[in-house]
Design a protein around this ligand. Structure first.
Ligand code: C5P
Length: 423
């Protein structure tokens, strides 16, 4: 049984949140409802009180509410924060760290995982401002239940309707289940606040996103990497108390808040930035999709079109991981090196070969031909390959995959207990 806070915000779908609370209770969980002011205009708090058998939190200004600093007490106690329905307004507050009511303060104060079920008019949902907020939250590890299509309260027909309560409950149960599994598998699980993690205080360098190789001032060669996998790893390492440097190629998705974000463009830029930072790192995770080839002679002026074909001569880029694998300090096992192998077939066999050839500790094999894994989707399925063990991580959110990868990194650090953390 887990203690779950259900945030209810001011959308017409607020009445469906009653079903969400009920569904969670049927699964044996203890629920507290937290309503925004606008939500109370749609449904009476008494309804939630009767269902949850707990006082409903509707304001931080209610007498008594501050006696035991309720939002901090709840923030510490909950295993999950579910917000259903979540309005564009509350999404915006969460994404930007605004804490002007109980629910938005709770979001900032808790270290529990967060599940959001947005509900709003289709145009609001599609607006770049809202989409950017969703991406920001996703990059921070927040999970979403996609809104459904259908008749909207405003009279429109389209996407934006609150997901079915049963789907919200199923997603919540899945999150709790995975968290329990991760906690059981490691003493520094993803849902604790990082207190017990061996990564606490260590320097972790993560690369993410694509690199872009310029052909001329207008055109470039790139790839489909969104940066999400590397961002999830950087966010999770930060949660576990590591000092994180994130070196990222150009991405549309916002990077998470970490100690340092270094933006680069080309494979050559990334090579220079990584080698400079890796000297101080305890762990390097190369999740970036680094170009293997770059135009040999990028043109200074835009290449003019002719009637005939165009031939581009490409040359190899430096292999960053292989260069790190040759670092002399590696004799002591520091920095611990993790690479990714994005393949479209026979991923595990190719990854095994790559791990030994590049001289790295772990490689994460990723079959990018699957629709639910790899580039530009929020989920992934991987095999984590080390010298001693191969572990299949079935399809799940990139945040959970990141936690599984870091659990493995932690196990490796612990097994090399003699390795001191760098100052
Ligand atoms: O050899 P391949 O490119 O498939 O290896 C993938 C791994 O190597 C990834 O972790 C990627 O970030 C890294 N890589 C690199 N330098 C390159 C190309 C890939 O570090 N030039």
């Amino acid at each position: 049984m887990a203690f779950i806070a259900v945030g209810v915000t001011g959308g017409i779908g607020a009445y469906k949140a009653v079903e969400v609370c009920r569904g969670l209770q049927k699964q044996g969980h203890d629920v507290v409802a937290v309503m925004t002011r606008a939500a109370t205009r749609f449904v009476g708090p008494v309804t939630f009180e009767a269902i949850t058998r707990r006082p409903v939190i509707t304001s931080q200004w209610k007498p008594g509410m501050n006696a035991d600093i309720e939002h901090i007490a709840i923030a510490d106690g909950i295993a999950l924060l579910v917000v259903a329905p979540c309005t564009a307004n509350v999404l915006g507050k969460f994404a930007n760290g605004i804490a002007d009511d109980f629910l938005s303060s709770l979001y900032l104060a808790t270290r529990a995982p967060v599940l959001i079920a947005p509900a709003m008019n289709s145009n609001m949902l599609a607006h770049p401002a809202v989409q950017r907020n969703v991406e920001t939250l996703q990059a921070r590890g927040v999970q979403f239940v996609e809104p459904g299509e259908g008749y909207l309260a405003c009279g429109w027909i389209g996407r934006g309707r609150l997901a079915e309560p049963a789907d919200v409950v199923a997603a919540a149960v899945r999150m709790l289940g995975t968290d329990a599994g991760i906690n059981a598998a490691s003493d520094a699980g993803a849902v604790d606040s990082g207190q017990g993690s061996v990564l606490r205080g260590r320097r972790v360098l993560v690369t993410a996103g694509p690199t872009l190789e310029d052909i001329d001032p207008v055109r470039f060669l790139g790839n489909r990497s969104s940066g999400r996998m590397g961002f999830a790893i950087a966010a999770e390492a930060t949660r576990r108390g590591a000092k994180v440097t994130l070196i990222a190629g150009p991405t549309r998705v916002e990077p998470p808040v970490v100690d340092e974000v270094v933006r680069v463009r080309s494979a050559r830029d990334m090579h220079a930035a990584v080698l400079q930072s890796a000297i101080r790192a305890d762990v390097v995770v190369m999740a970036a999709a680094v170009a293997d080839y770059t135009p040999a002679a990028p043109a200074g002026e835009k290449v003019a079109k002719t009637d005939g074909p165009l031939t581009l001569r490409l040359e190899r880029t430096p292999d960053i991981l292989a260069d790190l694998g040759k670092m002399t300090s590696r004799a002591t096992g520091v920095p611990l090196l993790v690479g990714f192998a994005a393949e479209t077939g026979n991923a595990t066999a190719k990854a095994r070969e790559k791990r030994t050839r590049k001289g790295i500790d772990l490689i994460v094999a990723n079959d990018v031909s699957r629709a639910d894994a790899g580039f530009d989707v929020p989920t992934n399925a991987v095999t984590i390959i080390g010298s001693d063990e191969e572990q299949d991580v079935p399809v799940q959110s990139k945040e959970r995959v990141a936690a599984a990868i870091l659990d493995r990194v932690e196990r490796l650090i612990r097994s090399r207990a003699a390795t001191p953390a760098r100052a």
